[in-house]
Design a protein around this ligand. Structure first.
Ligand code: GDP
Ligand code: IMO
Ligand code: MG
Length: 433
């Protein structure tokens, strides 16, 4: 059996955590491949409600091995806290968690730099999560990063840290007027991390390779979303990694030949946290109503999420760059109380109707959505599990969405709980016993 990617198809927070928890029933491995603890993935099931930032959401199924790939950036304090708080709630993952030896470590100075750089951007702030993500990937590209494998040889780290902090502290103090970071304190932290993390650190690509050879199912858990992708998103208002499908291969050391399915998770409308264009944004009462109904507040930072109607132009772009073999629609129930819903099919840019997603952020800011009005439904979809039980108007919305994005919808989520979903078609192939 092969690998299946489950990717954020919009600006993040589409409900990937819930979907991974549903699909992991049929998985042997669940692997994160990009981003870090900027992610906030919510799972609601019989065990309660959980927020994950770094640990994959497959942990509730006891057969799953949970992997953090080389493409992920890891803050060891956050990872260790998450392991402990899961254990406190009765979920022991000590023998079911692996961290790639090639994963880069988020150091305290990365967090400091992230916050200082954001403050210095003033009005042009990206609205980062302040978790040190951008500076860690920047050090990775600059070849001055620290990797999990380095924690296994912790004594060799001191001279490297001295060199790195000479430069980084010069930036922190001279460019931003911040407080320098103590090399000794950072080194002491590395020593502590080394002790607790060592049992989890291993060459992930070998584990993945062997699992694929043994015909096991691997679920590739996306974080963020296509429109936050460093290359394909609304640059510079993006994250610093590649949440699109190519990132999964690089971020795990896996050949694309093993990917049997690529599923894009879309929510039934749009949200975005932080700065940058959101062409269908609702800055009115309707937006406020959706935000409050759906409790659209960030899992990682608690910030209110910006809300808008479904953006078909952005969605088609997401389909193109990822080549989704299927889509999943979440939060349909949030639209249960509207007389009608709007679906953006095209943009108007400088007087012209366009159907492609502009690459330039200035052009995207000038785009005005062109909407199609779809009649709302007067009976709720919440908790429904059979397609035929959905009200006809809700089915019409789903069908029109499929046409607009050009991709079939295989699963419809009708509530936050694991059991609240309509399976239209099976996404993961399971070997017959
Ligand atoms: P992720 O980052 O993609 O995993 O998504 P988040 O967890 O940040 O945000 C999704 C939110 O929607 C969470 O609060 C989920 O519990 C919730 N959720 C997921 N699917 C549904 C759904 O179908 N209906 C409703 N009402 N809530 C959902
Ligand atoms: P999940 O996995 C929504 C956004 C931030 C900011 C931009 C850059 O829960 O969908 P960063 O800290 O990555 O440098 O911030 O990206 N962002 C997210 N928005 N969901 C996420 O993750 C996000 N991860 C980063 O708000 O605009
Ligand atoms: Mg989230």
């Amino acid at each position: 059996m092969p690998a299946y990617a489950v990717l954020g198809a919009q600006w993040g927070d589409e409900g990937k955590g819930k979907i991974i928890d549903v699909l992991a029933r049929d998985a042997d491995i669940v692997a994160r491949f990009s981003g870090g603890n900027n992610a906030g993935h919510t799972v609601v099931n019989e065990d309660g409600e959980f927020s994950f930032h770094i640990i994959p959401c497959g942990v509730f199924w006891p057969q799953t091995m949970n992997i953090i790939g080389n493409g992920v950036v890891v803050d060891p304090d956050v990872l260790l806290d998450e392991i402990d708080s899961l254990a406190n709630r009765g979920i022991d993952i000590k023998d079911r968690l692996v961290v790639s030896d090639r994963a880069h470590i988020i150091m305290p100075y990365h967090v400091a730099l992230d916050i200082l750089a954001e403050n210095a951007r003033g009005n042009g702030a990206i609205g980062t999560t302040g978790k040190g993500i951008g500076p860690t990937y920047a050090d990775k590209a600059a070849r001055t990063g620290i990797r999990a494998a380095d924690l296994l040889d912790v004594e060799s780290l001191l001279p490297r840290l001295e060199k790195i902090l000479q430069h980084t502290n010069a930036v922190i103090t001279n460019v931003y007027g911040g407080e320098p970071v103590s090399t000794q304190e950072v080194f002491d932290k590395c020593r502590q991390w080394s002790e607790r993390l060592a049992p989890f650190i291993a060459p992930v690509e070998r584990i993945v390779h062997n699992a694929l050879k043994a015909k096991k199912n691997i679920l590739l858990e996306g974080a963020q979303g296509a429109l936050l992708d460093l290359d394909h998103g609304t640059y510079p208002f993006v994250t610093s990694s590649n949440p699109t499908v190519g990132g999964a291969c690089i971020g795990l050391g896996m050949s694309p030949i093993h990917i049997a399915g690529i599923t894009g998770v879309f929510k039934a409308y749009s949200t975005r946290v932080g700065g940058g264009p959101l062409p269908t944004e609702l800055r009115d009462d309707t937006g406020e109503t959706i935000r409050n109904l759906a409790q659209e507040f960030g899992v990682t930072t608690g910030r209110p999420r910006r809300v808008g109607w479904f953006d078909g132009v952005a969605a088609r772009y997401s389909v193109e760059v990822n080549g989704y073999t299927s889509a999943i629609l979440t939060r349909l129930d949030v639209l249960d109380r509207f007389d009608s819903v709007q679906l953006c099919t095209h943009y108007e840019l400088d007087g012209n109707v366009i159907d492609e997603f502009p690459g330039g952020v200035a052009a995207l800011e000038r785009c005005k959505p062109i909407y199609e009005e779809i009649p709302g439904w007067d009976s709720p979809t919440a908790s429904i599990t059979e397609f035929e039980q959905l009200p006809q108007e809700a089915r019409n919305y789903v069908e029109r969405l499929q046409e607009v994005i050009g991709c079939r919808i295989d699963l419809i989520s009708t509530g936050p709980h694991r059991d609240e979903a309509v399976e239209v078609r099976q996404i993961i192939e399971v070997a017959s016993a």
